[in-house]
Design a protein around this ligand. Structure first.
Ligand code: A3P
Length: 298
């Protein structure tokens, strides 16, 4: 195995078929999640990494807090919606007031079992895997414990093998999609949010049962654009500590576009990817949007 692939392996561990950032969680933490209390009005945002998590965190945070924040405007999104498997600030979930908002990259079978008895709501956001792969490549290279940069070719191989933090994209999507009946779940795509953010915000509002008026919707949409989030200190993830990411190596909010894979993948890389995609996803009735002909925000 290449040295850079080994370096990626060194910063992650496998547990029950998924891969986790080893310096941010442990097997014990992940196993304990199954018994986590779930309340009827809990909302869990679930994604495979690099699929629009922090974007949807911003949307949900604004839906639940805009207009009645009571002086909490400076609260960072990670505090509004902590990750259940990467609880890096040791938030006491039990003492949080309802409605509680959480974030997770977990596969369906590692989530709190209470969610399977109809309690709580899940917003599942997915993105076309070629853009996830590109975003993953840039993001992995910002991870603080990574000793040497990982190259693009290696990232493709690790991603297709599913041995990157987050595990297999293919398994994540398949697992959540084929078990959707077990949960109270809404599927949203990164691409539909890019095409029509306002409609996506409304769809999420309806699902989580929050009634916002048109002006409040406008505010959510405005504050959730890429341009505005990039400069918003509560949502741009510049608050992450240096032992999590090395900010000199790149921004969390990088380009935020659909179709960046076209700038990265060679024809042969694409062909290989398409073949694996077909083999693994052909039987699922999920269709992704692969490009939108847009330019990155300045
Ligand atoms: P790129 O690396 O392609 O730019 P996650 O939050 O799941 O880690 O996903 C990160 C990706 O979502 C990054 O993609 C980031 O730029 C993009 N993103 C975050 N906020 C966004 C927004 N408001 N609009 C569009 N893309 C956004």
């Amino acid at each position: 195995m290449d040295q850079d692939a080994l370096d990626v392996n060194n910063i992650s561990f496998e547990h029950k078929g998924a891969y986790f950032a080893s310096w941010l969680t442990s097997k014990q933490v992940i196993d304990a999640i199954e018994d986590m209390e779930v309340r009827e009005d809990d909302v869990f945002l679930v994604t495979y990494p690099k699929s629009g998590t922090v974007w949807t965190q911003q949307i949900l945070s604004l839906i639940f807090n805009e207009g009645h924040r009571n002086g909490t405007e400076q609260t960072e999104n990670i505090d509004r919606m902590p990750w259940i498997e990467y609880n890096i600030k040791n938030v006491d979930f039990t003492s949080r007031p309802s409605p509680r908002l959480f974030t997770s990259h977990l596969p369906h079978y590692l989530m709190p079992s209470g969610l399977r008895s109809g309690m709580g709501k899940i917003v599942y956001v997915c993105r076309n895997p070629k853009d996830v792969l590109v975003s993953c490549y840039y993001f992995v290279n910002t991870l603080a414990p990574l000793k040497h940069p990982v190259n693009w070719e290696t990232t493709i191989e690790l991603f297709m093998a599913g041995t990157v933090i987050g595990g297999s994209w293919f398994d994540h999507i398949r697992g959540w999609y084929t078990h959707k009946k077990d949960f109270n779940i809404l599927f949203v795509t990164f691409e539909e949010m890019k095409k029509d953010l306002r409609s996506a915000v409304k769809k999420i509002c309806t699902f989580v049962g929050v009634n916002l008026d048109e002006k409040e919707i406008d505010t959510v949409v405005e504050k959730a654009t890429f341009k505005n989030m990039k400069h918003d200190p509560v949502s741009n993830y510049k608050f992450l500590s240096e032992d999590v990411v090395d900010k000199s190596r790149g921004d969390f909010l990088r380009k935020g576009i659909v179709g960046d894979w076209k700038n990265m993948m060679t024809v042969s890389q694409c062909e290989r990817f398409d073949k694996v995609y077909r083999e693994k996803m052909e039987d699922l009735p999920i269709k992704f949007v692969w490009e939108l002909n847009e330019k990155p925000a300045p």
